[in-house]
Design a protein around this ligand. Structure first.
Ligand SMILES: [Zn+2]
Ligand SMILES: [Zn+2]
Length: 74
């Protein structure tokens, strides 16, 4: 999944587990992953190389594609 910079629409590069960096405008972002149903922050679960997310509020496993991604400028 490729995220675009909210400032300049360039592709962001990964600079950490939940950090993204824009090389075009030199902005740093924190990637927040939230439940698509309740908006709670999801916990990252790693199993066998696949990443899934757990919602504490819904008590449900969320896949990468059903999560909401929100970029917050760092
Ligand atoms: Zn940018
Ligand atoms: Zn939820």
């Amino acid at each position: 999944m490729q995220l675009l910079c909210p400032n300049c629409q360039s592709e962001l590069t990964r600079s950490g587990e939940s950090k993204r960096h824009c090389q075009a405008c030199h902005s740093d972002f924190i990637l927040n992953i939230e439940c698509n149903e309740c908006g709670e922050a999801l916990q990252r679960l790693k199993a066998c190389g696949a990443v899934n997310f757990w919602c504490d509020h819904c008590h449900e496993l969320k896949s990468k594609s059903s999560a909401n991604y929100r970029l917050v400028e760092a």
